[in-house]
Design a protein around this ligand. Structure first.
Ligand SMILES: [Zn+2]
Length: 342
């Protein structure tokens, strides 16, 4: 059992980011004893990260890790995201994680000017990795986990499809300035809640503590207050007794060292309902600092007959089971996260 303070902090960092144990331990040793484990993105970078989560939130491919994110390395002015690169489970030939990522780049319809993708985003190749930046913004997101050659293959395939659909990459038309199709969108960006999207992206691995990842999606609605409500649905098979499966996650998501600066506002816990019902317990939170944006996490469980279709491909199911991370008991001492028994 890991018991020193540094080791407990490294455990939190590892669970939240998915990084290797030695990396987490090394990073924690370099931090001041009370420094937050996961730095927030600066004001320039958070909108880019929000755009990336918006793009990944409803994947067009099957992913095993939440949104296909294997691990992250977060810094105030940069984020390295290492993606999974398993292609055995793709539903459509020619689809891949890189192809999915390529579609995040801004494109526009040459006939209507209608834009898609993250406005102002451009990519460069640096040190063997794809690096995304937004025009005139300080901060970068590095896409790792695949060879640059795969990126260019995916880019070629997508460009071919785009051309037949009348779409063109903004980067080709306007590499260093905003293309006209991006300008209107750029000025009306709804980024008030980008702190929340960025914070979720930086903690995607934490979802794996809830149970075996079967499907991770997210979307936004207008919040009751200002900004957007981010709704994350984690369809999973719980492997520990209810309600412990979501208590560890909620404890760490609100943890002062590794969590978001959020306050729990409500809990709907259906853990005591019949196991075949498949009810998803819901966790609700808002900013602790009065920032726009709200969060809802749905812990949608699958057991019994409702789980069987996820087990049909036994190799895929076993690979998913290996992604589950149990929260060690010594990290559950905090007061937060206790569900109601409603
Ligand atoms: Zn519950």
């Amino acid at each position: 059992m890991k018991t020193t303070r540094i080791e407990r902090r490294a455990q939190k960092l590892q669970l939240a980011t998915g990084m290797a144990w030695t990396t987490a331990l090394d990073q924690v040793r370099k931090l001041a004893p009370t420094a937050p484990l996961l730095p927030e993105a600066n004001a320039d970078l958070a909108p880019l990260e929000s755009g990336i989560l918006n793009h990944l939130a409803w994947p067009s491919i099957s992913t095993r890790h939440p949104w296909g994110i294997r691990k992250v390395d977060p810094r105030p002015d940069s984020l390295v995201i290492t993606f999974e690169n398993e292609d055995i489970n793709r539903e459509v030939p020619g689809e891949s994680m890189t192809r999915h990522l390529v579609r995040a780049l801004p494109r526009f319809d040459t006939r209507t000017g209608e834009p898609t993708g993250i406005p102002g985003a451009r990519f460069t190749i640096e040190n063997g990795h794809v690096v995304i930046r937004q025009i005139d913004a300080a901060g970068s997101v590095t896409l790792a986990g695949f060879d640059v050659a795969e990126w260019f293959t995916a880019l070629d395939l997508q460009t071919r499809d785009d051309e037949s659909a009348g779409l063109t990459l903004s980067q080709h038309q306007s590499p260093r300035t905003l293309h006209s199709s991006e300008k209107l969108w750029w000025n009306t960006r709804d980024d008030e809640s980008s702190w929340l999207a960025s914070g979720l992206l930086r903690r995607a691995a934490l979802l794996r503590t809830i149970g075996v990842p079967l499907s991770t999606t997210a979307w936004t609605n207008p919040a009751q207050g200002a900004g957007r409500e981010w709704i994350v649905e984690y369809i999973h098979e719980p492997l520990v007794q209810f309600p412990l499966h979501h208590d560890g996650f909620a404890t760490l998501l609100t943890d002062p060292e590794c969590g978001l600066r959020i306050i729990e506002t409500d809990w709907h816990c259906g853990c005591r309902m019949p196991r075949e019902y498949g009810y998803g317990c819901h966790f609700y939170a808002r900013s602790a600092d009065g920032l726009p944006g709200e969060l809802q996490v749905r812990f949608t469980r699958r057991l019994g007959n409702r789980l069987s279709r996820y087990k049909a491909d036994s190799a895929d199911y076993e690979a998913r089971r290996k992604l589950y991370r149990r929260v060690p008991a010594q990290l559950l001492g905090g007061p937060s996260g206790a569900p109601s028994t409603a």
